[in-house]
Design a protein around this ligand. Structure first.
Ligand code: ATP
Ligand code: MG
Length: 332
């Protein structure tokens, strides 16, 4: 079975609906078709400032949410990045074959460092894409599900793999971007022209998987809709209503056409009321299961330790080969 790797940062108290419908939900499906490795990337989470206690808690909550949505540790490998030292070890080697100019062209660094101020942005943030390359190449992943925002980083990963392979001999599998069809791109409820995101959305524009259902319903009822009153799917002219329809469709499996037909002659209020119920019903079991996993942190940590063992079995073989190829003297 082809191998897939994906990671998510523990940088929020909860994942949001965009993360879930745009990325995490696909992770569940890959478990049937792929040899799947999923990690909570805490090394990446310290590149832009953090609170130690908060990071530790968010790492557990992130893992609990992944289990809650259906990541099954028996059918995939779920682990925390810092539990597998090979990530940092390979990242160092890759740093040494990455050009400074090459890294400087990464647009995510440009965006994020511009926000923080160039003097304050860390070298870790600068070299983040190299660590991401290490995450992927360590596992010899064939496919990496990526959103548009990560495409450039995957290109760098491929360049580095190619460079290493030609310089030191075939070592890494060349990872392919995995574009999942029908993946919903969710926009902000208050400003449907921007994507729902933890850093750019206002609290009312964002739906968190773990937030109070009554509040979620209220946010949906007060989502910004468009002029006119017809319920049609037209992201260009009616981004607000179209976003609500996308969420509806993604959560129920009903096609957009079917929904538009069902809401013909009805008002925005009807759509919002029904969608609020759909979303609340979708997140309620996720919340219950997340709570269940968090009730026993020792058990959760044990489960992650097993995942880390499995991850190390795969990654240590790659690192050994890399160290050998690059000319490090093996310890006797
Ligand atoms: P940040 O604002 O810090 O970049 P984010 O909200 O964009 O955070 P990420 O952690 O960058 O979240 O993204 C995690 C995953 O969720 C990525 O695979 C990304 O493509 C996906 N994703 C994020 N926001 C959305 C969205 N609005 N719609 C669909 N997919 C999304
Ligand atoms: Mg993002």
């Amino acid at each position: 079975r082809p191998r897939v790797l994906s990671g998510i940062q523990p940088t929020a108290d909860s994942f949001h609906l965009g993360n879930y419908l745009g990325a995490l939900r696909n992770w569940v499906g890959f478990q049937d078709s792929h040899d799947a490795f999923y990690c909570v990337v805490d090394l990446h989470a310290i590149t832009a400032g953090h609170e130690p206690k908060v990071l530790r808690q968010r790492t557990r909550v992130s893992a609990a949410q992944l289990l809650a949505i259906g990541i099954d540790p028996d059918r995939s490998t779920l682990f925390v990045q810092s539990h597998v030292p090979e990530h940092a070890q390979l990242a160092w080697v890759l740093n040494c074959i990455t050009g400074f100019g090459e890294a400087s062209r990464m647009t995510q660094f440009k965006d994020k460092s511009a926000k923080q101020g160039a003097e304050r942005a860390s070298v870790g943030l600068f070299t983040y894409p190299v660590l991401m390359a290490a995450d992927i190449l360590l596992y010899q992943a064939d496919a990496v599900p990526v959103g548009e925002d990560q495409r450039q980083h995957l290109e760098l990963t491929r360049d580095l793999a190619q460079r290493f392979n030609t310089t030191y001999g075939p070592t890494f599998v060349m990872p392919e971007p995995f574009i999942v069809r029908d993946t919903a791109k969710i926009t902000d409820l208050q400003d449907p022209t921007i994507k729902m995101s933890k850093s750019a959305s206002s609290p009312n524009g964002l739906i968190e998987l773990l937030e109070d259902p009554a509040r979620v319903a209220k946010k949906i009822r007060s989502a910004v809709t468009d002029t006119g009153r017809e319920i049609v799917y037209d992201p260009g002219h009616k981004p607000g209503v179209s976003n609500l329809l996308s969420i509806y469709s993604a959560l129920t499996g009903r096609s957009l056409d079917d929904l538009v037909l069902a809401y013909a002659g009805k008002g925005y209020g009807d759509l919002k009321k029904d969608l609020a119920e759909v979303v609340v019903e979708a997140i309620r079991p996720i919340q219950e299961r997340t709570r269940m996993y968090l009730e026993d942190p020792a058990q959760l940590d044990k489960l992650l330790a097993v995942g880390a063992e499995k991850a190390r079995a795969a990654s240590s073989a790659t690192l050994r080969r890399v160290y050998d190829r690059i000319g490090f003297l093996a310890p006797a």
